[in-house]
Design a protein around this ligand. Structure first.
Ligand code: KG4
Ligand code: ZN
Length: 341
């Protein structure tokens, strides 16, 4: 079954074409100009999605060598995300599904990150512990079967990716901060300074990253960072900060896997692209754990993961007719007839 998927929840306009679970094309247009503002400006992001969405869809269809009329379902991110940005992809997708008279599948962006690992690895088996680490979310989930997920931990303040972005900003590195910190940390000393690793009393699986961000801020003030700033100091701070964040993510995930007696761990979301995080988790393979990471293209926001999740949601839904909103379709048709008249 051919599906067309749209992602527009933040600063990536992405469209993919899939045949069942196989990706035929996955076009991603990143709004790099947000760098100059130090973060994503929601209204500007929405307008850019509006400018790009038709062109990206045409490229995705062309790359897949598929005609729009051959598409059988449309999937689009419905939540969570920047509301203006979401509305562009969501309404464009709904309009396409109404014109083609095919089902429309709204997809939760977090579910899509969870299933992104299945895009390059069909051998993942339930139950598994899923660590979702992105710019907006940090979640520990026990995935019991398709669409049966139990949230066992979440951030009580900043997301892990947000901490990377904010610390990169404090260091004057640019946006998005994660890939830059990852890069500079490679030449730094991770034991240069011990930044705090969060421990929460209420739920041992919850996360907090606002404290570490503040501690970097005070550390920079104490050493008068601006006047002594040099390449090796930046590298050392990046390595020490990254070590503290990754240790927190790793320790809680490992603890959750042990508590729930699960031997398979899946990591996804933008921060899963982090090389230190990957190497830390891969060590667990030696102790009998199966570790899954998405390939780089599917770590950060992309429409392929929306397409796969939408397809799975459709496949496992008992009542598929809920995805065709006939009332909505007839209303729109009546309106068009009236306009023609
Ligand atoms: O999943 P994503 O593309 O968007 C959201 O759903 O939020 O994640 C973006 C986040 C940003 O905060 C970015 O700094 C972070 O992922 N990121 C990284 C790396 N690559 C992207 N963080 C750490 N290391 C990386 N290599
Ligand atoms: Zn995301």
């Amino acid at each position: 079954m051919l599906s067309l998927a749209i992602e527009s929840s933040c600063d990536e306009t992405s469209v993919a074409v899939l045949n069942n679970e196989t990706v035929l094309s996955n076009v991603i247009s990143s709004q790099l100009f947000h760098t100059k503002y130090g973060g994503v400006v929601p209204e500007v992001a929405s307008r850019e999605h509006l400018k790009k969405i038709v062109e990206i869809t045409e490229i995705a269809l062309k790359n897949a060598d598929i005609k729009l009329s051959d598409i059988k379902i449309i999937c689009a991110t419905s939540e969570p995300g920047l509301i203006g940005a979401l509305l562009i992809g969501l309404n464009y997708g709904k309009a396409l599904s109404m014109c083609l008279n095919i089902p429309f599948i709204p997809v939760n962006h977090i579910h899509a990150h969870l299933y992104s690992n299945f895009l390059n690895n069909s051998k993942i088996s339930f139950p598994f512990i899923s660590l979702i680490v992105s710019g907006g979310h940090t979640l520990l989930i026990l995935a019991e079967e398709f669409f049966k997920h139990k949230i066992i931990g979440k951030t009580v303040d900043d997301a892990a990716g947000e901490a990377f972005d904010k610390v990169a900003k404090l260091l004057g590195l640019g946006y998005p901060g994660g890939p830059l910190i990852d890069k500079y940390a490679k030449s730094g000393n991770e034991n240069f300074h011990k930044f705090p690793e969060s421990v929460l009393k209420n739920n041992e699986f919850d996360f907090s990253f606002s404290g570490i961000k503040t501690s970097v801020r005070y550390f920079l003030k104490d050493i008068d960072f601006e006047s002594i700033k040099n390449e090796s100091l930046v590298n050392d701070i990046c390595a020490s900060f990254q070590k503290a964040v990754v240790n927190t993510l790793f320790n809680k995930t490992y603890l959750a896997a042990k508590k729930y007696g699960v031997k398979e761990i899946s990591v996804s979301g933008g921060v899963s692209a982090n090389s230190y995080l990957k190497s830390k988790f891969n060590f667990l393979s030696e102790s009998g754990y199966k570790i899954n990471f998405p390939v780089l293209e599917y770590s950060t926001d992309n429409a392929a993961m929306i397409g796969l999740t939408g397809y799975l949601k459709y496949k496992y839904s008992v009542n598929k007719s809920i995805f065709i909103n006939e009332t909505l379709f007839q209303n729109a048709k009546a309106k068009l007839d009236y306009e023609n008249f």
